[in-house]
Structure formats: structure tokens, C-alpha cells
Design a protein around this ligand. Structure first.
Ligand code: SAH
Ligand code: MG
Length: 217
């Protein structure tokens, strides 16, 4: 299937085109802009989702009416602000972050965005925190965006704790272009794909690094 479609991203969407559509369709108010810039400003890795992917995450939450949402990997809270703002008033986001500094920055950004009441940053290793969080389920959506070598485990947790019809989202689904390599982490990411394809109706959206979307059967 290596036809024009598989190369369309590279061929058509250069940096200027991306900047134009990001600004037009997925622009930032001040709190979003500050959350987006926080990683660089605070000396953290700038590995947040792009503006269009962030907007898409929020739109998927809104479209599905998700009320109980889990994020694995908070960083500075950019994607968390996008999703929390898309929740209904009684909705809730739990977002999990290993690094205490990242968690602290994210709490500030979520507060400034006006969603502190709806979004809780849980600091700790995701596998442990997820186990503690399970009784709050079943959940309507799970967004996975943390350490790639554990994606298979995070995917299994999502399968167990999402309601039927619930939404699975996985960022970096192309694993930075290394998805097909013979390494343990790439293997974990392929297992994430393959197990998701069994338990969910799935598509891998061709964002710059792939966004896996699944609806639980
Ligand atoms: N979703 C964020 C980006 C997350 S970057 C956004 O788009 O704005 C990935 C984050 O996962 C980093 O902050 C990293 O510290 C965190 N992380 C890495 N391993 C983790 C683990 N085992 N448990 C929880 N968080 C982890
Ligand atoms: Mg990511």
C-alpha cells in the first residue's frame, strides 16, 4: 500500500501549511498558549502534542460526551487542558505524571485554564496509579502518552476499565518512526496496536507520529 496516500503527509503538509492550519483551526487563548510553552520555559522536554492534535483530543471528548477521562503522561498539562475544557460541567479528568516537577507545573497550568476543579494530577508511576484509580471506573476515554515501553500494559488497563463504546487514544503510535524495529519498546508498541485491534474498532490517524483511536467493542 506504499502509494500516494501513504506519502501524502510528507508530500503536502510542509511547516508553513501546518502553521497556517494550526493557527486557523486550533489556535490558543492565553492559558492554552502558556501551557503549550511551559515545557520549554521550564526546562522540560517539549514533547507535548501539537495544537491540531490537542484540538482533536478535545473534540473527540466533546463528540463522545465523555465524562470520566484518564490521561497517562501529563507533562505540563497542555493536552490535559485541551481535554478538561471539553468535558461537561460534571465531567472529570485524572491525569497521571511520574515527574513531580512536571506534575507541579501542570497543576498551575490547569488552574490558570480554569479547570482545576475538573482535572486532578496524580503524581506517581502510571502502572501503580492506574491500579489505585480503577475503582473510579468504568471510564469513557483513556489517552495514553507516557513511556512507550509500557504502552501494551496501559492498553490492557484501558481495555479492562473502559466502558463498551469507550474511547482509546494512543499518541506516538508510529513510535517516532521506529515502530517496526526489533527492540523491546517497539515490540511493546506493536503489541499495543495488535491487542487494541482485537478489543476495539481501531484506526491509526496519520498525525506526524500517529494517533491510535479505538472504540471499545
Ligand atoms: N500528554 C502531554 C505530553 C506527555 S509527555 C501533552 O501532550 O501535553 C510524556 C510524560 O510522561 C512526561 O512528562 C513523562 O515524565 C511522563 N512519564 C514517563 N514515564 C511515566 C510513568 N511510568 N508514569 C507516569 N508518567 C510517566
Ligand atoms: Mg506524545
Amino acid at each position: 500500500m506504499a502509494d500516494v496516500h501513504s506519502r501524502a503527509g510528507e508530500r503536502y503538509a510542509n511547516a508553513d501549511i501546518r502553521a497556517y492550519v494550526d493557527q486557523l483551526h486550533a489556535g490558543h487563548d492565553l492559558p492554552l498558549q502558556r501551557a503549550f510553552e511551559a515545557p520549554e520555559r521550564e526546562g522540560m522536554p517539549a514533547i507535548q502534542v501539537g495544537p491540531s492534535e490537542g484540538k482533536l483530543l478535545g473534540m473527540l471528548i466533546a463528540l463522545t460526551g465523555a465524562r470520566r477521562v484518564v490521561e497517562v503522561g501529563t507533562l505540563a498539562g497542555y493536552s490535559a487542558v485541551r481535554m478538561a475544557r471539553a468535558l461537561p460541567r460534571d465531567g472529570r479528568l485524572w491525569t497521571i505524571e511520574l515527574d513531580p516537577k512536571h506534575a507541579a507545573v501542570a497543576r498551575t497550568r490547569l488552574a490558570e485554564a480554569g479547570v482545576a476543579d475538573q482535572a486532578e494530577v496524580l503524581q506517581g508511576a502510571a502502572l501503580e496509579v492506574l491500579t489505585r484509580l480503577a475503582p473510579e471506573g468504568p471510564f469513557d476515554a483513556v489517552f495514553i502518552d507516557a513511556d512507550k515501553g509500557n504502552y501494551d500494559r496501559y492498553g490492557r488497563w484501558a481495555r479492562e476499565h473502559l466502558r463498551p463504546g469507550g474511547l482509546l487514544l494512543g499518541d506516538n503510535a508510529y513510535f517516532f518512526g521506529r515502530l517496526l524495529e526489533d527492540t523491546p519498546e517497539a515490540g511493546a508498541m506493536r503489541r499495543f496496536h495488535e491487542e487494541a485491534a482485537q478489543a476495539f474498532d481501531t484506526v491509526c490517524i496519520p498525525t506526524p507520529d500517529g494517533l491510535l483511536l479505538g472504540i471499545k467493542r
